[in-house]
Design a protein around this ligand. Structure first.
Ligand code: NAI
Length: 334
């Protein structure tokens, strides 16, 4: 067996972590031969709840889980990490302005970025989940100058999986028969779920989604709206936000980073734009289609972008630019 890897999950007393920790600890992500140390960070008032989570993890008697460290201290949490999954963030409270929410999160992710910079391995991979995920990821990245920018990504895999699932349901196929959907932009309702380059396997043959669905107005209308609004629909029904599906998507995202993407397939993740791809401004943390090899992502190039897609991609970029500008105002004084 190899040496244990050290994995931090923040927001560890929360509902996503409750599903996520079990999946990681039992080997769903890194495989059945990879032991690990789990580090759990939450805020001080949640330490009693966190103790309960630790007890449950112990009671699972999982052979791969070598140690569990629960803490409210960043200097403990961020030490020598191989992977940081940043789930905890300031939730939006009733009556809270968007700006105030951003400000509170800039404070958290600036501090955690600085802790990554100071205490973690330089090879640490950082996955940001807590909302607003793209801008929180950008804040952490900017606050950790000694860690390569490409080590940072934010989660849009849940949106990607939602898009895949909607297409599979419509076509009455297994979700895995649908490949290469794309989520462009922000993990918010301005995201653009794009099926133009997606394919589906029908009777063993690969067919373009537009050809298989034969309903362009659905693909350009209800399909997009359903994926964009899916998070709100889950909250309305469950009175709680997506947790099981979010945890599953985080596992998919990390597995793609660790083990790469299959030949000819791509996945969606929020990564830093260098300003040279698909007309997205430099330094935006934007969701793109990527392939991954040797733990390094690469944006899929050369996809044809029609006018409909262009409009939607620009709209979500504009929202991210506004978020970034507000966040950077706070970043300089946080
Ligand atoms: P939750 O409210 O159940 O748990 C959040 C936990 O984070 C709480 O235990 C809280 O005490 C903790 N926390 C707050 N500030 C912290 C800090 N500075 N350091 C460490 N921990 C801190 O929320 P849930 O459902 O687990 O969701 C977590 C986040 O993930 C939310 O921001 C949610 O909007 C986001 N989310 C993102 C998705 C994506 O696709 N990117 C999908 C679903 C949720």
């Amino acid at each position: 067996m190899s040496a244990p890897i050290r994995v931090l999950v923040t927001g560890a007393a929360g509902q996503i972590a409750y599903s996520l920790l079990y999946s990681i600890a039992k080997g769903d992500v890194f495989g059945k031969d990879q032991p690990l140390v789990l580090v759990l960070l939450d805020i001080t008032p949640m330490m009693t709840v966190l103790e309960g989570v630790v007890m449950e993890l112990e009671d699972c008697a999982l052979p791969l889980l070598k140690e569990v460290i629960a803490t409210d201290k960043e200097e403990v949490a961020f030490k020598d990490l191989d992977l940081a999954v940043l789930v905890g963030s300031m939730p939006r409270r009733e009556g809270m302005e968007r700006k105030d929410l951003l400000k509170a999160n800039v404070k958290i992710f600036k501090s955690q970025g600085a802790a990554l910079d100071k205490y973690s391995k330089k090879s640490v991979k950082v996955v940001v989940v807590g909302n607003p995920a793209n801008t929180n990821c950008l804040t952490a990245l900017k606050s950790a100058p000694s860690i390569p920018k490409d080590n940072f990504s934010c989660l849009t895999r849940l949106d990607h999986n939602r898009a895949k699932a909607q297409l599979a349901l419509r076509l009455h196929v297994a979700s895995d028969d649908v490949k290469n959907v794309i989520i462009w932009g922000n993990h918010s309702s301005t995201q653009y779920p794009d099926a133009c380059h997606a394919t589906v396997k029908v009777d063993g043959k690969k067919v373009g989604i537009y050809e298989a669905v034969k309903d362009d107005s659905w693909l350009k209308g209800d399909f997009i709206a359903t994926v964009q609004q899916r998070g709100s629909a889950v909250i309305k029904a469950r009175k709680l936000s997506s947790a099981m599906s979010a945890a599953k998507a985080i596992c998919d995202h990390i597995r793609s980073i660790w083990f790469g993407t299959p030949e000819g397939e791509f996945v969606s993740m929020g990564v830093i734009s260098d300003g040279n791809t698909y007309g997205v401004a430099e330094d935006l943390l934007y969701s793109f289609p990527v392939t991954i090899k040797n733990k390094t992502w690469k944006i899929v190039e050369g996809l044809n972008i029609n006018d409909f897609s262009r409009g939607k991609m620009d709209l979500t970029a504009k929202e991210l630019l506004d978020e970034k500008e507000t966040a950077f105002e706070f970043l300089s004084c946080a």
